[in-house]
Design a protein around this ligand. Sequence first.
Ligand SMILES: [Zn+2]
Length: 261
Amino acid sequence: MMNKWEGIVLKSIPYGESNKIVTIYTREAGKMTAMARGAKKPASRLAAVTQSFTHGFFLLRTGRGMGTLEQGEPIDSMRHIREDLEATAYASFVVELIDRLTDDQSQSPNVFSLLYDALHAINEQYDPEAIALFVEWKMLPVAGVHPVLHQCANCRATDGEFAFSFKEIGFLCHRCFHIDPYLVRLTPTQLRLIRTFFTVPIQEVGSLKLKKATKQFMKKIVRTVYDEQVGIRLKSRQFLDQLERTPELLPKIEKPQEEGD
Ligand SMILES: [Zn+2]
């Protein structure tokens, strides 16, 4: 059966002399893996369209076993993501996370929209670190984790002071702080931000300017949840952690001379 689907390339693995095995998250049919014959050859008409992050239309032949990618027609090659090391690193994290948390042919319009919005936002030069962080929070339910963030996870109160509990996977109110000795106390701003990250679409929050410390705080919470509840190791995360430890790896963007030195 031939299908023309809109999709985004999550990954592309060389296979044999000249082929690639490409994983595409499609809007219509979810995640699909297909053989792209000849795509490894630079002159192939499939070479460009099978690169990671490409958003396009894909003509896929499906049947028993692995499908075949017959044709591809790019809509957006995500040029900024390709050319900017930091954007590439965060976009790689986004596609790897989505790839690892979804199964072939499992269809979810929410996952496609999240992937679509996140990559376009990174490509349009929104803060890639914040976008990757939004994706981490929003993929929690896909990973089977449903944090309780609208009320106290223990007594269901909606008023009072709150903390994040890894044990209860969600908020605890001050009346229930005693049930988890390891909870993380939250300021009202942090509480609001966690709710925003979890519930609001990327378009509405993508333009938020977040401080480095705020992003680190949000990251620490969501990563602890992933480590304790999901337990996946991502290659791209190691590279990102390395980038954050050694920011001099990133090419310097021309900045006006700082005062006083
Ligand atoms: Zn409570």
